[in-house]
Each structure stands twice: as structure tokens, then as C-alpha cells.
Design a protein around this ligand. Structure first.
Ligand code: PMP
Ligand code: GLN
Length: 409
């Protein structure tokens, strides 16, 4: 196994092209295309397929949060919010970190609000990494990571997550760290694999980051979507807090992916560096939605337990259907994605299958190789990701349709 791959970045290539290359945004015609999520959603709309590709819920989050946004608009919260976010939301984020994890960021200096987790990731990466640096992620990796690392000018190196449990090979992880590893960009719970990393894996990452003086940027947007296991924020581990930026957002927890309210927390020096960049990306983020999300973060524990239990049930419905359709199913411990191996159906190319699946059976999914560099893509060639954040009736219908697949290949 050779876990490291350097993306070649020829001088003649513009930064946005390098970013697109890093994110596997090359369209099927070889030109620069849209993200895989856009492509598969468009295909689902075109064919009338059930869209289990792009991960977004088909039911909106709690009414009281939506009403709080309406009330904030009526009350005049319609001009720029402070760049670092309204105090009410920063305080709610700090209280959330303490309630669930015992972390105590100072809402004045150690928390900022961002335009979704996506901006928190971009601001952090652009603040900490540049040409000559390496940014380490696991592979497969969420698509925006490759793009933003490309924009920063740093080199993207990866350590593989291997089926069936998608935990890293520790030796490969250690081998990829070196004195140029400026940032380790973690994602836990992990999209697309659904892995929830146990304490020993996270502690190893922290120890290696300390050894090589790397900053940890951790994307924990699925923190409340775990099944039978607890999410451990890496910032809570010994040796981590002083070098870790923790990022999350309202999209997944509250089923409000269109609001794009996110936040990050960590030590003041790291948070201020990310804030400086954030000022010039968006300056500030949706004022009335910020106060509504502060309301959401204050919901009782029962709300958080409820969303996880509901999703676990949905995971089981879809997983059973996928198994009945003949796939090998890798049951996730977190997120709202389940991955399958299509090889038992005689399929070797999941990208090709994903493009044909909507027309074949009326279901859309995302091929896992698109979350990889070429070496990782070869390793995950037959894997396909399905989203289960949909109504149970929709998942049952999708399962019925998928059951007909083997007869149509
Ligand atoms: N990180 C991961 C791992 C994701 O799956 C997503 C997808 N929604 C995001 C970040 C983006 O979050 P947001 O919509 O809050 O920008
Ligand atoms: N996070 C979502 C997913 O993985 C997609 C978000 C997007 O379309 N950029 O499906």
C-alpha cells in the first residue's frame, strides 16, 4: 500500500482549475463540471428517480426553529450580523459544547459563526495551509476538502479507510505524517463511509499531530447522528485542545441544510486566524437564521436522542432493502449514508452504475470513487453510497425498486 499521493499542479493551471481537479470535478466530457451531488440530483430529477444521492432530508427540521427565524425576520433582524456571529448563537454553541462534551470555549473569543460548515472548513484551511505545506485527510474524503486544499496551494495527502469498518490502517497513517504535515483535516462521523472513529484512532491522530506540530481541523457535522456509539470530539482528548479547531453546523442536526449556519470553536489564536479569512469570504452569515439556530441548540436532550433513533430506524430499512437486492452492505455507525459493494451483482464500476441506476430502476446514488484520488478510486471502484435521510415510505419504495436491479443488468 502506498498511502501518499501528491496532486500535480502544473504552473499553467489556474488556482480554481487546480481546486476543481483536486475535488474530482472533471465532468464526464473531460471539461470542468458540477459536483457529483449536482450531477446525480439533476439525473434524478430528469428521470423521476428517488434521490438517495445528495444527502438532504425530505422533511424540514423542528417547527419551533423555523418559527423562530420567521419571528426574527419580523422583529427586524435583517441587516448584517457581527462578523463573528451574534452573541446569542456564540453563547448557545459554547453551551452545547459544554452540555454534550464538557468543553468550555469562551463565546467571546473562541467561537465564531460561519456560513455552513463549508465556510468553516475553507476559512480554516486557507488560514493555516499554503504552498509547501501538506494537508492530511482520510480517503475517501468529502468533496469540498480536495477543492479547498487545492485553493490553498497546499498538497493533499491521504491515508486510506478500508472496508468493511472503514477504520484507518494505523501504520499507513503514521507513514504519511511528516514535518510538512501542517493540518490534519478530520471528519468524524465520516462522510461518505459512515465510520465513527473510536478513541484509540483519534488519540493516535492527536499524538501524531503533536509529534509533527500539526493543527487538527475537525469536521463534526454529523456529531448527533450516531447509532449505538457515542461521538467523541477529538478536541476532548488529552493534548488536542490547544491545536484543534472543531467545526459543525445546523444542517444535519436540525434538518435545515439550506440555512447554511455553521460554527467553529477552538483556541483563540486559531479561531482568530480563521475569522480573519472568514471576513473576506462572506463577512457574516444569515442574521435571522442565527438566532433561530440558537433556539435549536437549546432544545432538550430528548430532541437529540430522537433524531438519532429515527435515523437508525431508517438506516435499518434501507440496509435491509439493499441486502435483499444483492449488495454487500457496510452498516454505518453514524451519518445518514450507507455504503454497499456492488461486486456481488457482478458490477465492477460503481461510477458507471450510478450513471445508469436512475434509468434502470428509478433510484439515484453516489459512487464512492468520486471521493478519492485515483489510487483510492481503484480501491473503492465497486462501492456506492446511498442516503437514508428520507421518509420511511420513500426508503421502502426505493428498496422495492432496487430489488429488481439484478434482473435488469
Ligand atoms: N462536511 C461534511 C462531511 C458534509 O457531509 C457536509 C454536507 N452537508 C458538509 C461538511 C457541509 O456542511 P454545511 O452545509 O453546513 O456547509
Ligand atoms: N453533504 C452532502 C452529501 O454528502 C452534499 C452537500 C452538497 O451538495 N455539497 O451528500
Amino acid at each position: 500500500m502506498h498511502p501518499r499521493r501528491e496532486v500535480s499542479t502544473p504552473m499553467a493551471t489556474a488556482p480554481w482549475q487546480r481546486a476543481a481537479l483536486g475535488a474530482n470535478l472533471l465532468g464526464s466530457d473531460g471539461g470542468l463540471g458540477v459536483t457529483i451531488f449536482e450531477e446525480m440530483t439533476a439525473l434524478a430529477v430528469q428521470t423521476g428517480a428517488i434521490n438517495l444521492g445528495q444527502g438532504f432530508p425530505d422533511e424540514d427540521g423542528p417547527l419551533e426553529i423555523r418559527e423562530a427565524a420567521r419571528a426574527a425576520i419580523s422583529a427586524g433582524a435583517n441587516q448584517y450580523a457581527p462578523g463573528k456571529g451574534i452573541p446569542e448563537l456564540r453563547e448557545a454553541v459554547a453551551a452545547h459544547q459544554e452540555r454534550f462534551y464538557g468543553l468550555t470555549p469562551d463565546p467571546q473569543t473562541e467561537v465564531i459563526v460561519t456560513t455552513g460548515a463549508t465556510e468553516g472548513i475553507a476559512a480554516s484551511l486557507l488560514a493555516f495551509a499554503g504552498p509547501g505545506d501538506e494537508v492530511l485527510t482520510f480517503e475517501p474524503f468529502y468533496d469540498s476538502y480536495g477543492a479547498v486544499i487545492g485553493l490553498s496551494g497546499a498538497t493533499h495527502v491521504t491515508a486510506p479507510l478500508l472496508a468493511p469498518d472503514f477504520l484507518p490502517d494505523m501504520a499507513a497513517l503514521e507513514a504519511v505524517f511528516n514535518e510538512r504535515t501542517r493540518v490534519v483535516l478530520l471528519n468524524n462521523p465520516h462522510n461518505p463511509t459512515g465510520a465513527v472513529f473510536p478513541r484509540n484512532v483519534l488519540q493516535r491522530v492527536v499524538d501524531l499531530a503533536r509529534k509533527h506540530d500539526s493543527i487538527i481541523v475537525t469536521d463534526e457535522v454529523y456529531e448527533h447522528l450516531t447509532f449505538g456509539v457515542s461521538h467523541i470530539p477529538v478536541a476532548s482528548l488529552p493534548g488536542a485542545a490547544e491545536r484543534t479547531i472543531t467545526i459543525s453546523s445546523a444542517g444535519k442536526t436540525f434538518s435545515l441544510t439550506g440555512w447554511k449556519i455553521g460554527w467553529l470553536s477552538g483556541p483563540e489564536d486559531l479561531v482568530s486566524a480563521a475569522r480573519t479569512v472568514k471576513q473576506f469570504l462572506t463577512y457574516s452569515s444569515g442574521t435571522p437564521f442565527q438566532s433561530a439556530i440558537a433556539t435549536g441548540l437549546s432544545l432538550p436532550d430528548a430532541f437529540y436522542e430522537g433524531i438519532a433513533a429515527d435515523l437508525e430506524h431508517k438506516r435499518d430499512i434501507l440496509s435491509q432493502g439493499l441486502r435483499a437486492a444483492g449488495f454487500d452492505v457496510f452498516s454505518p455507525q453514524g451519518t445518514y449514508f450507507v455504503n454497499v459493494d456492488t461486486a456481488p451483482l457482478g458490477i465492477s464500476d460503481a461510477v458507471d452504475l450510478a450513471r445508469r441506476l436512475p434509468a434502470l430502476v428509478g433510484v439515484a446514488a453516489i459512487p464512492v470513487p468520486v471521493f478519492c484520488h485515483p489510487e483510492g478510486a481503484a480501491r473503492t471502484r465497486s462501492l456506492l453510497r446511498f442516503a437514508f435521510c428520507k421518509k420511511t415510505g420513500v426508503l421502502e419504495e426505493a428498496a422495492e425498486r432496487l430489488a429488481t436491479l439484478s434482473g435488469r443488468l
